[in-house]
Design a protein around this ligand. Structure first.
Ligand code: URA
Length: 298
């Protein structure tokens, strides 16, 4: 008969995962095994959950039961709310082309930047809005000839309704400061006006829905220079899907059909990328010097 230690070693050597019982077991007895299996499952579950369940007094047990009942009823309410939202949204399902057409109409109707801001705030066609705290439209000087366009609001931006006001925004401000620019001298916005959950990349549909507002924004600001921050805004505005590395540091002429003249564009690394890859900051500073030179020309 194998001793408990030997059995354990056997299990370990053979990468088996079975509970060793206090009493020795005959694993070849089918009937016995059945009982053992149930016992084993229970103890495995307890082990996997790593729970130590204390004994409760009657009053504690009743209070625990009351808490559980409350939690379950809250869950039911949440499910009911989620269902009604689902029902409402599925009842009101609108094809993407119709949403984009509505965005175009609302954007075209805006005759000033203030009206455009209102139009974006009132627009319900982008699903991101349902989950966002605020619409994040713009910051800075709308009379400036420099328009900076980033990707989408993050957590700080969502809470404060100001683009680039979190850590990456602080770094971006530092970079502009190095060429003597602050938000009184440039205008800043994003290609998406609501925070994507978990800061995920916006989908193509979300970008397409916001695009009419972004294009109208560019028309109304009428900048001489656009600085695109990161690859998402680069691909949304210029349709370039290459890595930023190959596009940065040079002037790119942007000639959309909704503008009467060309706009000089620059693509820079996104500050959140620079926060992760600080070795790239040197190149980024150099890019800002190129932008400074271009600004001196105009
Ligand atoms: N990143 C962006 O692209 N935009 C913001 O407003 C904030 C972080």
């Amino acid at each position: 008969m194998m001793k408990k230690k030997e059995i354990l070693e056997f299990y370990l050597d053979n990468d088996l995962n079975e509970i060793i019982f206090e009493k020795e077991q005959n694993h070849f007895l089918f009937g016995e095994n059945k009982k053992i299996e149930t016992k084993t499952k229970q103890s495995k579950q307890a082990q996997q959950k790593n729970i130590v369940e204390p004994m409760l007094s009657t009053s504690q047990a009743l209070s625990e039961l009351a808490k559980k009942a409350q939690k379950n009823s809250n869950n039911d309410k949440n499910i009911a709310t989620a269902n009604s939202v689902d029902e409402a949204s599925s009842a009101k399902f609108v094809p993407i082309n119709d949403i984009i057409a509505a965005a175009k109409k609302a954007a075209a109707a805006a005759k000033t930047i203030a009206e455009l801001r209102k139009a974006v705030e009132n627009f319900d066609g982008c699903g991101l809005k349902k989950m966002a705290t605020n619409t994040v439209f713009s910051d800075g000087n709308a009379d400036s000839k420099i328009m900076v366009i980033g990707e989408a609001p993050g957590n700080h931006e969502d809470l404060q309704a100001i683009p680039f006001c979190g850590d990456s925004g602080k770094l971006l401000d530092e970079m502009f400061k190095s060429i003597d620019l602050d938000r009184s001298k440039f205008y800043i916005t994003n290609v998406i006006f609501w925070r994507p959950p978990g800061n995920r990349r916006p989908t193509d549909e979300e970008l397409a829905i916001c695009r009419p507002f972004v294009e109208r924004h560019i028309q109304l600001v009428d900048p001489k220079i656009i600085i695109l921050v990161g690859s998402t805004s680069m691909s949304a505005i210029l349709g370039i899907n290459d890595p930023v590395t190959g596009v940065r540091g040079k002037v790119i002429e942007y000639a959309p059909n909704f503008m009467k003249r060309k706009i000089n564009c620059f693509v820079v690394f996104h500050p959140s990328y620079l926060l992760r890859q600080s070795g790239k900051k040197r190149i980024a500073w150099r890019d800002f010097l190129v932008i400074e030179k271009e600004l001196q020309k105009s």
